[in-house]
Design a protein. Structure first.
Length: 383
């Protein structure tokens, strides 16, 4: 809705009904550097409050943590990581609606406690990657209150909207939300005539009715399925050696939460649920009771059956997903949230789909994770 009304206002200002905003296709190799017209100082798209060290020819880091905790790699290596990361966020970790979309945001409660895969990353991560390292919250893009001051904000969000359409396409539109409470949720926007317009969710689900389409581009991440970092049989032997080092049990978490002040590995049972699991259900890790204090960017990654700690990288199959939090989102961001990550494909690739338990590792990717507490981890099955 925001992009749609923004386009109409801009089109009215330049007297061009056909005006449409561009999308920044950071999910394909040729689109991963910041587009030239956003870094050319002679053009209006240039913005001073950005991290200039991330300007072209550097490739965007779709899984960005911080430069200190995630050192710069070559552009070829970063591109490879990005494509495998996108496979996790768009395919293997997003096979159900609530995994990709998050929970349905409804007008009657106005709060969603479970973000979708691409909302955490690349959405939140790229906001932070672009923002200026000289500002305390990496403003402008790094904070909610200031992000829209940067012209690239709109190209970034246009690509997020495009990926929603791509996800619907690769799933044959079978996973559209049909909940009327969601479809009838509404927001108010001013149109190009300064008229206040009430817009329902159901009004903006068909982009052809809104008068636009997206340029067709390839989806190379579809074929970049991450491989295991260690051959599964070898990994199983390595994990057996780790059994002497007792992992945290799911029952060891305190009711008030456990602070994420270091790497935590949790042994999570899946046997009881597995017995009643239906074929079409997606198995998912649920990290619940996540509470973020303070006003800083926070990110932690989640791994399954990690046998070699030197290979903690989104380009490997053990990587299940990430939690990335942008500060400045108001009171709603102060509430507890859940992270849900689909792992059915991951477990098959690791040859762990018949195991009674798995080892889930939470890896802090920012020093600010000391402001994060977690109530527990469990396995769930999503229809």
């Amino acid at each position: 809705m925001m992009i749609y009304f923004h386009e109409r206002i801009l089109g009215s200002l330049i007297d061009d009904d056909s005006f449409r905003l561009p999308f920044w296709a950071w999910d394909i190799p040729e689109g991963m550097p910041i587009p030239d017209y956003y870094v050319n100082k002679k053009l209006a798209f240039f913005h001073t409050e950005r991290d200039f060290s991330h300007f072209p020819p550097r490739v965007a880091d779709l899984a960005y943590s911080t430069d200190q905790n995630h050192p710069h790699v070559s552009n070829d290596e970063q591109t490879d990581v990005n494509l495998k990361f996108m496979h996790t966020q768009m395919v293997s970790g997003a096979r159900k609606t609530e995994l990709f979309m998050g929970c349905a945001y409804k007008a009657h409660d106005g709060y969603c406690n479970s973000p979708g895969t691409i909302e955490s990353a690349p959405h939140n991560t790229l906001h932070t990657w672009i923002g200026s390292s000289f500002n305390p919250g990496r403003e402008d893009m790094g904070k909610f209150y200031s992000a829209a001051k940067d012209p690239i904000f709109y190209a970034h969000h246009s690509n997020i909207d495009r990926l929603w359409e791509v996800w619907r396409e690769i799933n044959d539109q079978r996973l559209d939300i049909t909940d009327p409470d969601w479809l009838d949720s509404f927001f108010f926007f001013y149109d190009e005539n300064l008229k206040l317009v009430k817009s329902k969710v159901r009004d903006v689900l068909d982009i052809t009715k809104l008068g636009y389409s997206y340029e067709e581009v390839d989806h190379p991440w579809l074929s970049h399925r991450p491989p295991p970092s260690v051959p599964p049989k070898q990994a199983r032997q390595m994990l057996k050696l780790k059994e002497n080092k007792k992992p945290v049990l799911a029952s060891d978490f305190r009711p008030d939460g456990r602070v994420l002040d270091g790497i935590i590995t949790v042994k999570v049972s899946r046997s009881m649920k597995r017995e009643s699991k239906e074929e079409e259900e997606e198995e998912a890790i649920v990290v619940y009771g996540i509470k973020v204090k303070g006003n800083d960017y926070v990110k932690f990654d989640v791994y399954v059956n990690l046998s070699d700690e030197t290979k903690m990288n989104p380009k490997f199959r053990e990587f299940a997903g990430t939690f990335a939090h942008i500060p400045g989102g108001g009171d709603a961001m102060k509430k507890k949230v859940k992270l849900k990550l689909g792992i059915s494909e991951l477990l098959k690739d690791l040859e762990a789909d018949e195991d009674e338990s798995i080892r889930v590792t939470l890896l802090p990717m920012t020093v600010t994770c000391t402001n994060v507490s977690i109530e527990g981890i469990q396995i769930d099955y999503i229809k």
